[in-house]
Ligand binder design. Structure first.
Ligand code: GLN
Length: 483
């Protein structure tokens, strides 16, 4: 049973062919068996899971459930959920049990979804490999010597290995789309402001968005329907009418115009990835999609702009972890200053310290104009590029990452190499646009490759439509690793 899609789980529950408890048990057994080799989950709590499942069964018995009642789900460990640890895979929060629940998690719990556990990530969601976790790296379920991608590598690996029908991730610069691509699952980052950030531990607040990861685009739409919505507790949450993200799934693609940005298909793109993306293009062309060449001329500036701005925001957001308000406190110190320095020095990993230092530097009085303000200007240029492109096409198709999942240890220790691998995902976060990654088949070595679909603001239903049609006409999303 634990290989089912979210929709199939829901159908079995509705038809009373299984119970929430039985389904949860099935997943917990699979997790116990397969997780030690993968390290996708870093926290499970069968007592809590089964209590939620029993409550869901009661609702289903009374007929007061919804489509998602009793369906199990995993959360990246930077989502706060009362009674569960929210470690952000950092020593800093190793013993932090959240006293409250993030709005997006609450929305899903209100439907009666059952928490399977919390998944691994790069420390504080900073990274592209899930190797900087305090709890050790997550392995790629397709080939364990490769990384799962990051920073939502645990969620992607859990869905790929069928240890959860779906999982939540967060995407600040690609952390849903890139691990989805590397693990062969579907994941969407919605338009900035669509999903509440309240209770999702902040990395870079003007970029962070939560989103679903699942086997299919259809499942992602079902989750997004519940996740999205105005939240007065998040000052950047948008007040908009509720949307049905599934509404266009069945629409034929005939006549749709999709742009191919020249800058995303240049020299740095691995040939295997290019082949898979091309296969997706051909499949969509056969459905009647019209492809046009477009330009996003400032693309290469996304890396410096993002790493200046995201680090600046991270340095401010992470100042709360000082051993007083939150987090690890050093055992011995001499005075307040030393307590701060030792606590932070002991509990943050290297990459997090690097971001805090970069961020503090670019925000400092003498360098603010030269770096921070300049990067904000680049951000505007990138937004303008997309707005010009969307006057010519309905959506944009591109690779997600320049390569398939790298070998463990090959880029995680080399920050510049790692930052460069984000080239195709960062621009969307700078511009607040929605983007998804959907499986597009395997490389010759058997590693999955995703294709990225980018929409204009609030065009989630459109890119989900394209992905769903792709999934109706291929079996790429059904392929699972044999573990
Ligand atoms: N790899 C990017 C970074 O390290 C993006 C991470 C993310 O989206 N959380 O910042």
């Amino acid at each position: 049973m634990h290989k089912l899609t979210l929709k199939q789980c829901s159908e079995l529950l509705q038809q009373k062919k299984t119970s929430a408890v039985e389904l949860a048990q099935d997943y917990l057994t699979a997790i116990q068996r397969d997780n030690p080799a993968l390290n996708a989950y870093i926290d499970t709590n069968p007592d809590l899971t089964l209590a939620e499942a029993r409550a869901a069964d009661e609702r289903l018995a009374k007929g007061s459930g919804s489509l998602l009642t009793g369906v199990p789900l995993a959360y990246k460990d930077n989502f706060c959920q009362q009674g569960w640890r929210a470690s952000c895979s950092s020593k800093m929060l190793d013993n932090f049990i959240s006293p409250y629940t993030a709005t997006v998690v609450q929305n899903l719990m209100n439907e009666g979804m059952v928490t399977l556990g919390h998944t691994n990530l790069d420390e504080f969601a900073m990274g592209s490999t899930t190797e900087s976790s305090y709890y050790g790296a997550t392995r790629n379920p397709w080939q364990p010597e490769h990384v799962s991608g990051g920073s939502s590598g645990g969620s992607a690996a859990a869905v790929a290995a069928r240890l959860a029908p779906a999982a939540l991730g967060s995407d600040t610069g690609g952390s849903i789309r890139q691990p989805a691509s590397h693990c062969g699952v579907t994941g969407i980052k919605p338009t900035y402001g669509t999903v509440s950030r309240f209770g999702v531990v902040a990395y870079a607040s003007s970029f962070d968005q939560a989103g679903p990861m699942a086997q299919t685009a259809e499942d992602c739409a079902l989750l997004l329907n519940v996740m999205a919505g105005f939240d007065p507790k998040d000052s950047t949450s948008l007040e908009r009418d509720k949307e049905d993200y599934s509404r266009d799934l069945a629409k034929p693609l005939q006549g749709m115009k999709i742009g191919l940005p020249r800058e995303y298909f240049g020299d740095g793109l691995d040939e295997e990835v290019r082949r898979r993306v091309q296969a997706a293009i051909e499949l969509l062309r056969a459905q009647g999609v019209d492809f046009i060449d477009i330009e996003l001329p400032h693309t290469e500036l996304c890396i410096p702009a993002y790493y200046v701005l995201a680090s600046a925001e991270a340095s401010t957001n992470l100042s709360r972890f000082d051993g007083v308000r939150y987090g690890h406190r050093a055992a011995d110190f001499d005075g307040l200053e030393e307590m701060y320095a030792k606590s932070r020095g002991e509990a943050f990993g290297e990459e997090v310290k690097r971001r805090i230092m970069i961020g503090t530097y670019v925000l400092s009085h003498g360098y603010y104009d030269a770096y921070y303000v300049k990067a904000q200007k680049l951000r505007r240029l990138l937004v303008n590029d997309f707005q010009a492109a969307f006057t010519r096409c309905d959506a944009i198709l591109a690779p997600v990452a320049p390569t398939a999942a790298p070998l463990a240890g090959s880029i995680g220790d080399d920050p510049v190499k790692m930052y460069l691998s984000d080239i195709f995902t960062l621009s969307l976060n700078l511009a607040g646009l929605p983007g998804l990654s959907a499986p597009a088949g395997l490389t010759a070595n058997g590693l999955p490759v995703g294709v990225q679909l980018i929409g204009n603001h609030f065009a989630e239903a459109k890119i989900l439509n394209v992905a769903h049609q792709m999934q109706l006409h291929s079996d790429w999303h059904l392929k699972a690793p044999s573990i």
